[in-house]
Design a protein around this ligand. Structure first.
Ligand SMILES: Nc1ncnc2c1ncn2[C@@H]1O[C@H](COP(=O)(O)OP(=O)(O)OP(=O)(O)O)[C@@H](O)[C@H]1O
Ligand SMILES: [Mg+2]
Length: 256
């Protein structure tokens, strides 16, 4: 399978602080990659670099061979990549329907001024309902996003990324802020949605090692800004030192 996304010797410094150091990774179509590591390891920084939100201090990031270093989310979505965020990214003044519609429309290359009325355009409305149904938000379409529960906001953010119809999706802690018993159903929903949408490649940051072992095909462990391991789950979990290095500090779970 061909390489879809890669980093070449990427470093990211925040002032004097080296958040990522000389990371070279390539991702192939069909992989479900879990990015793991203790708090502050550089996982979100890596996702921000892979999605063109941050520019590397050194090195380059390539999507299908083209540099996307620092290109930003709009151009990225046009190229076929979408992401959801660790801290939920929604417009609280939009309804659920309007929020999903905005993603559907940006994917259709339409003018963003359309947002408010867009949810009434028939093909858009159909697509919005379809996406909402996949994520169990069909009864929330008219709700203002700000009134959703934390878990529902998370789902809306992920649904909006899926609505962009990407070839590749990156999810930064999709199950954080979700109660333990809801994590597995959310992952099943995600995997199902990806399958239905024809999205074969997924990168996700995840702290829950049970979920990582169950859903990923490859695990990349970061510590202190460097790649500690890059292995299939079976080999990763066969080495107790690796798991210990990752679980070093338990994640803080909001609303769990
Ligand atoms: N904008 C910034 N300015 C300065 N330092 C930053 C900035 N963003 C992140 N850092 C620092 O870089 C390091 C890596 O941060 P990052 O958010 O990538 O970690 P993470 O692995 O996602 O952690 P978590 O599991 O807590 O989400 C941390 O020490 C963090 O404090
Ligand atoms: Mg993070």
């Amino acid at each position: 399978m061909s390489i879809i996304l890669e980093t070449r010797n990427v470093s990211k410094h925040y002032g004097d602080y080296r958040a990522l150091q000389e990371v070279s990774l390539s991702f192939r179509e069909g992989e479900v990659v879990a990015i793991v590591g203790p708090n502050g390891a550089g996982k979100t920084t890596l996702v921000n670099l892979l999605t063109g939100l941050l520019k590397p201090t050194h090195g380059d990031v390539l999507f299908r061979g083209t540099s996307i270093a620092g290109v930003g989310p709009v151009r990225l979505a046009k190229l076929g990549m979408a992401r959801a965020f660790q801290l939920v990214h929604i417009f609280p003044e939009l309804t659920v329907s309007e929020a999903i519609a905005s993603a559907v429309i940006s994917q259709q290359n339409r003018n963003l001024d359309f947002w408010r009325n867009a949810s009434t355009i028939e093909p858009v409305r159909q697509r919005v309902e379809e996406v909402a149904r996949i994520f169990g938000l069909q009864n929330r379409l008219d709700w203002l996003a700000s009134y959703l529960s934390q878990g529902e906001k998370k789902l809306l953010d992920i649904a909006s990324a899926f609505a962009l119809n990407p070839q590749l999706i990156l999810l930064d802690e999709p199950t954080s802020g979700i109660s333990t018993s809801d994590k597995r159903p959310l992952m099943d929903t995600l995997m199902d949605a990806a399958k239905k949408a024809g999205i074969k490649t997924m990168l996700l940051v995840e702290h829950d090692m049970d979920l990582v072992s169950e859903y990923s095909t490859r695990i990349i462990a970061l510590t202190e800004g460097r790649v500690l391991a890059d292995l299939p789950p079976k080999e990763f979990f066969a080495d107790p030192h690796l798991a210990a290095a990752i679980v070093g500090k338990p994640p803080v779970e909001l609303g769990a």
